[in-house]
Design a protein around this ligand. Structure first.
Ligand code: HEC
Length: 124
């Protein structure tokens, strides 16, 4: 009985962890995943797609080097061309036009994680 209880507590702990109490390194990894999964379609995000992205789209490193990177990244979903493709639940304006590409939907938590990843990015 004790063992079962211990296992249940362990499981509860694992499920409780991602709910806002994840250590910063987990958030960093989560942000990296969001970037590689969703942003690398157009941006060069890092080593994972160094030769990828769309030519005319600025790389993540270039944007990160800008003095106002934080403002740009924290509101990217409201800046063109993103609103036609990316929706952040609870933050984006309602879309009036159909997306011109497979739409991407993110949560605020994913955007928070993304900010941590970009903040920690090496940009040499
Ligand atoms: C459909 C292609 C596409 C996708 C997907 C995309 N971007 Fe972009 N992004 C662009 C283009 C093109 C620009 C340059 C716009 C310009 O210079 O006017 C841009 C610019 C930006 C900028 C700078 C905005 C500004 O006004 O300076 C940021 C920050 C950014 N993207 C972040 C992201 C993040 C984070 C993701 C993933 C969640 C993402 N983008 C996904 C195409 C895309």
């Amino acid at each position: 009985m004790r063992r079962i209880l211990a296992v249940l507590c362990g499981l509860a702990f694992i499920f409780w962890l991602p709910a806002g109490n994840a250590p910063a390194s987990d958030l960093n990894a989560a942000g990296k995943r969001v970037a590689e999964e969703h942003c690398s379609r157009c941006h060069v995000v890092g080593e994972a797609n160094r030769m990828g992205g769309i030519g005319s789209t600025p790389s993540f490193a270039l944007l990160r080097r800008m003095r106002d990177w934080e403002e740009r990244y924290s509101s990217f979903f409201a800046r063109n061309p993103h609103p036609s493709v990316i929706t952040v639940n609870g933050l984006s304006e309602a879309r009036t036009l159909p997306p011109n590409a497979v739409p991407i939907t993110l949560t605020e938590q994913q955007v928070d994680a993304l900010m941590i990843y970009v903040r920690n990015m090496k940009v040499e």
